[in-house]
Design a protein around this ligand. Structure first.
Ligand code: GUN
Length: 287
């Protein structure tokens, strides 16, 4: 019997650091030319500990590559108008290149209204309908950060996309839909799965590329994975105080060619794409 092939557990942090080094060099070149540093503004509403921790990671990442960051923190009781007023102030601020309003927002606030309020040129989250529309049309735009990070991981591991079967579990506007579009643009054949999908396991078994972005702990089992597939785990759910991904990482060992772990996998790449989108927004504003 053949021994099981080794599964590579992707070091997302290592990849992210390589790209951040390049971004740091770009920022340093702007500073050396006498220009100001690019600046990311992050808006946090409420005191969700996970959101606070993500924001801390973003602030640290900006600092490490020489970028500026500013934060606007509002209480969980803030109204939609309160949030829109902060977005408006940041839109008008010429020293701010990128704006990210951390999700989730309080129940009473429409995430669509907030996404629409951000100037498309500063929408480094890629959630404004104009950027989402450009993505649909295959036009240049700010691409949502997690999908962009996933494509970068696949590119760096030289996973063939042309004609590949890609299965995406989850149909969110922030991950499932945009990553499906990006994979399709690279000529993959994409199947989008969700909670009503019949025979999810059977569809997954056909996937050369399997992206799980649904928030169901350890949904994807080893025997759902086609031998040699690339498995990307986007889910992070807290189960009894422990963070758990959508993929049974241990179970897919020996089945997958690569798998991203739920920690230090896609997450650091997401932040890196956010930095990249902010540097792009800054450079666009110079042009
Ligand atoms: N919360 C979790 N991920 C994200 C993201 O990519 N963007 C925003 N705005 N909020 C998030």
């Amino acid at each position: 019997m053949n021994p099981s092939p080794q599964t590579v557990v992707v070091d997302g942090l290592g990849l992210a650091q390589e790209i951040r080094k390049e971004l740091g060099e770009t920022v340093a070149a702007h500073l050396a030319a006498g220009r100001r540093a690019p600046c990311l503004a992050v808006v946090l509403v409420g005191d969700d500990p996970a959101s606070a921790s993500y924001i801390k990671g973003k602030r640290r990442a900006c600092k490490r590559i020489g970028m500026e960051s500013v934060e606007r923190t509002l209480p969980g009781t803030a109204s939609q108008d309160d949030i829109l007023a902060v977005v408006d102030e940041l839109n008008r601020n010429d020293g701010v290149d990128g704006i990210l309003v951390q999700l989730p927002l309080p129940e009473a606030v429409s995430p669509h209204a907030v996404a629409e309020a951000v100037l498309p040129a500063k929408d480094v989250d890629g959630l404004h309908p104009l950027n989402a529309g450009h993505l649909l049309h295959g036009q240049p735009c700010h691409v949502p950060c997690t999908p962009a990070g996933i494509l970068e991981i696949l590119r760096r591991f030289e996973i063939p996309l042309e004609g590949a079967n890609a299965v995406v579990i989850g149909r969110s506007a922030i991950v499932g839909k945009p990553v499906s579009l990006l994979l399709q643009q690279q000529n993959a054949t994409v199947t989008m799965c969700h909670s009503r999908t019949r025979d999810l396991a059977g569809l997954c078994r056909e996937a050369d590329i399997l992206v799980a972005a649904v928030g169901v702990p350890r949904l994807v089992k080893g025997d759902w994975v086609k031998p040699g597939a690339a498995v990307i785990d986007v889910g992070v759910t807290s189960v009894a105080g422990e963070l758990v991904g959508d993929v049974d990482t241990e179970g897919v060992q020996g089945h997958a060619k690569i798998v991203t772990p739920h920690r230090r996998g896609v997450g650091p790449m997401t932040i890196t794409m956010l930095l990249g989108n902010t540097v792009t927004a800054y450079e666009d504003s110079l042009a």
